[in-house]
Design a protein around this ligand. Structure first.
Ligand SMILES: Cc1ncc(COP(=O)(O)O)c(C=O)c1O
Length: 423
């Protein structure tokens, strides 16, 4: 079979439309077009997993239908096509993130694995007894536990930069926690529980002044704003495909080449080697040194297509549109009597966490679901944030560029329904 040249064109073609119309892109996302409990779906759980557009689904389908073969090893046509598409995806992601070189882009399973890679490889090399790792009080568990385990193993100390009541990092405290023993700063770009956008440029400046490298957890940033790792100057950047409209099970670790070069492999096996004898193994060059075994080829290709899709929509337009929508959502949801917003930082993206007086967040989530409105209820894998606010859980609505004011109005109406039910 010869390879098809058929691509699923974006249904919207809205890239040239002014002003940006979120609704014009919704046709690309088949999952948005369904009824849930007899009501049209309003999907506001994007921070957990965002929906996937047709061109990405098609890229994955095409891999399995036409090009399904292993990468880097084959001399035959299918393997070469698979390798080309896999490596082109890497190039696309390099451009998207503004990295200097494609060897700085490592395919992983997602943000969690990217952070674990750095904690194991960089961490174990550089963190010794008595050293410190600095994180913040609004980290996702996946940017806490790997560092906690490293610190336990190394008898090092995990330091936590505090936040204020609005959910902003207390920068004067953060600065005080940068000590001569700090070996790495690992901090979220955007908080998944509160939506706070951290002042990451300033954080990096302060850390670099003291020669300390910075890892940014970008899982909640890349779907909502333009990220350029070179402009930021971060040393590592971690992200997940499924939060940025791509496939599940694939993500990226960006790392500065000189750091990655000096780091030992994280996992070992096929593909990460240059040569193997029973006496000695030498390792492959970057990025393959960190990609042991057969990678998630189909989803890596899907992630490359995701980035092409996002380039067509335009990250600047996404950021501007979501900014307005979040302002609208904040205004109308906080105006509901009995609603308390959790997380009111001046700089926020996507997330509206809230409590409704007299209704547990899980009950609220269930009632909203019956109204066709999908939100998340729980601790959002950020239990220390819940502890800080003294609550077990929050309800969280999280936006994507395809959400509209009508979606927010449906959310407000559904909260009204919950209030009626709980009287
Ligand atoms: C800020 C942040 N970091 C890390 C993660 C973990 O991402 P994944 O489960 O895709 O590895 C999440 C997921 O919710 C997140 O929101």
């Amino acid at each position: 079979m010869s390879r098809s040249t058929v691509h699923v064109a974006p249904v919207s073609g809205a890239a040239t439309m002014e002003p940006f119309d979120p609704a014009a892109w919704r046709g690309d996302f088949p999952a948005l077009n369904q009824q849930v409990h007899g009501k049209p779906l309003v999907y506001l759980d994007n921070a957990a997993t965002a929906q996937t557009p047709l061109p990405v689904i098609e890229a994955i389908r095409r891999f399995y239908v036409e090009d399904c073969a292993n990468v880097h090893r084959g001399v035959h046509e299918l393997s070469q096509r698979a390798t080309d598409d896999y490596e082109n995806a890497r190039l696309e992601i390099q451009k998207f993130l503004g990295a200097a070189d494609s060897s700085e882009i490592i395919f992983t399973r997602g943000t969690t694995e990217s952070i674990n890679l750095v904690a194991h490889s960089y961490g174990r090399t550089h963190v010794q007894a008595g050293d410190e790792v600095l994180i913040s009080a609004i980290e996702h568990h996946s940017n806490i536990v790997p560092w906690q385990m490293l610190c336990e193993e190394r008898r090092a100390r995990l330091r936590v930069a505090p936040i204020n009541e609005t959910g902003e990092l207390r920068m004067e405290e953060f600065e005080k926690l940068l000590t001569a023993r700090t070996r790495i700063v690992a901090i979220t770009h955007v908080s998944n529980a509160l939506g706070t956008i951290n002042p990451v440029k300033r954080i990096i400046e302060l850390a670099h002044k003291r020669g300390i490298p910075v890892l940014l957890d970008g899982a909640q940033a890349v779907p909502h704003m333009k990220v350029n790792v070179r402009e930021l100057g971060c040393d590592f950047y971690a992200l997940s495909g499924h939060k940025m409209f791509g496939p599940t099970g694939v993500g990226i670790l960006y790392g500065k080449r000189e750091l990655l070069q000096a780091m030992p492999p994280y996992q070992s096996g096929g593909d990460m080697i240059a040569s193997v004898t029973f006496e000695k193994t030498t390792y492959n060059t970057l990025p393959y040194k960190f990609e042991a075994g057969t990678p998630n080829i189909a989803d890596a290709i899907g992630l490359g297509e995701t980035v092409r899709y996002l380039n067509r929509v335009g990250m600047d337009r996404i950021a501007a549109s979501e900014h307005d929508l979040l302002a609208y959502a904040t205004k109308v949801v906080s105006a509901i009597p009995g609603v308390r917003l959790i997380g009111t930082a001046r700089e926020k993206a996507s997330v509206l966490s809230f409590l409704l007086e007299g209704v547990h967040a899980h009950d609220l989530g269930t009632i909203l679901d019956r109204e066709g409105v999908a939100i998340r209820a729980g601790h959002h894998c950020a239990q220390p944030v819940m502890d800080f606010y003294g609550v077990p859980a929050t309800a969280r609505a999280s936006l994507a560029f395809y959400n509209t004011r009508e979606d927010i109005d449906r959310l407000v109406a559904a909260i009204g329904k919950a209030k009626e039910l709980f009287g």
